[in-house]
Design a protein around this ligand. Structure first.
Ligand code: FMN
Length: 334
């Protein structure tokens, strides 16, 4: 169902149109591998700050690491300066990703208020300059990800979408919310459909795809070329494989947990890997049904074998799958 007829992002041929959304703090190399193994078509890096690339942030190597297994793979960049975005893209281009994506949707205050992320949507001329510079100077396909505007009184998504297309962008992803909405309310699929109907470049629909059925619903509703899944993929990477979470067996869940935690430890080191994995635990266990003491034991566990044993016993004891409604993803990013 999801691996439908292909389309192109520039010269890149896309055969699988179900994408993993970029998610800061989550779609690092270990999680992208989990999603890719389940069949995600394209995976994006977490958003990468242009300043961190230009000034070589100490953790940059972790943000920019990817493997051929993840291809097609895109780096997503955020910044408020067109010239810095170009410089960043020129540096990242050397790592040979499949394309470069520009973040115009981040709603976090420290990003949007400085004019990056969704802040760019208030400055159409800057967006025009960014895409013009990138298309002239970067050999890779260039794509963008937008929201619908800053707030309900400034829904400028059509204007922005047309600028991006006119400057030669190779695909546009649309999260159907405004910056003001952040993650509240319901994603506006009508607006995404409107954008799709007005553009000739590929358009990717994003927002509130929670189940396998939603994938077809958003495709049918918007007519988009591809679907991008964010939060639901963290909770259920099997969605890329056509499975809702209740269809995932305990063995599959446990194996994925082991694979994921193992990759986190290999990638970040034992101590950091275990700490960074904590935010994923709620996607493997319904932690809010556990007693306070059980949660404390789980979330402060420093012993790898003990952690594995606790999670194994909860999964096979059949505490049930986590409730998607209780999934809170506190993030600094969009
Ligand atoms: C924890 C978190 C981090 C995110 N980080 C990014 C990011 O780095 N870049 C980006 O374009 N969007 C980011 N997003 C937004 C998602 O890519 C996506 O647009 C949004 O979650 C809506 O899709 P969904 O309803 O499928 O989750 C983030 C979302 C979450 C929940």
């Amino acid at each position: 169902m999801n691996k439908i007829t292909g389309f192109n992002i520039g010269s890149l041929s896309i055969q699988n149109n179900l994408f993993l959304a970029p998610m800061d703090g989550y779609t690092d190399y270990p999680f992208r591998m989990i999603a890719k193994k389940q069949g995600a078509g394209i995976v994006f890096s977490e958003f990468i700050n242009g300043l961190d690339v230009i000034y070589s942030h100490p953790f940059l190597h972790q943000k920019i690491f990817f493997t051929d297994f993840e291809r097609p793979f895109a780096y997503q960049i955020f910044d408020d300066s067109p010239e810095r975005i170009l410089r960043t893209a020129q540096i990242l281009e050397k790592n040979n990703p499949d394309f470069i994506d520009i973040n115009m949707g981040c709603s976090a205050k420290n990003v949007a208020n400085r004019g990056a992320g969704a802040g760019l949507m208030r400055e159409p001329e800057k967006i025009q300059k960014i895409f013009s510079l990138l298309k002239k100077n970067i050999q890779l396909p260039i794509t963008g990800k937008i929201r619908l505007g800053w707030d309900e009184n400034s829904l400028n998504y059509l204007e922005i979408a047309k600028i991006i297309q006119e400057e030669g962008a190779d695909m546009l992803s649309v999260h159907g919310r405004t910056k003001r909405q952040a993650y509240g309310g319901v994603a506006n699929w009508e607006a995404i459909a409107e954008i799709k109907s007005k553009l000739s470049i590929p358009v990717t629909a994003n927002g509130d795809v929670k189940t396998v059925l939603d994938i077809q619903r958003i495709k049918d509703f918007t007519g988009c070329d591809a679907v991008m899944i964010g939060r639901a993929a963290l909770f259920n990477p099997w969605i890329f494989n056509g499975k809702d979470k209740h269809e995932v067996s305990s063995i599959e869940l446990f194996n994925a947990f082991q694979d994921h935690l193992g990759k986190m430890i290999t990638f970040y080191g034992l101590s950091s890997g275990m700490v960074l994995f904590r935010k994923h635990i709620k996607n493997y266990l319904p932690v809010d049904t556990l007693h306070r003491e059980e949660r404390i034991e789980l979330f402060s566990q420093k012993d790898l074998l003990k952690l594995t044993e606790i999670i194994r016993s909860y999964i096979f004891k059949g505490v049930g799958v986590p409730n998607p409604m209780s999934q809170q993803h506190a993030s600094n990013a969009e």
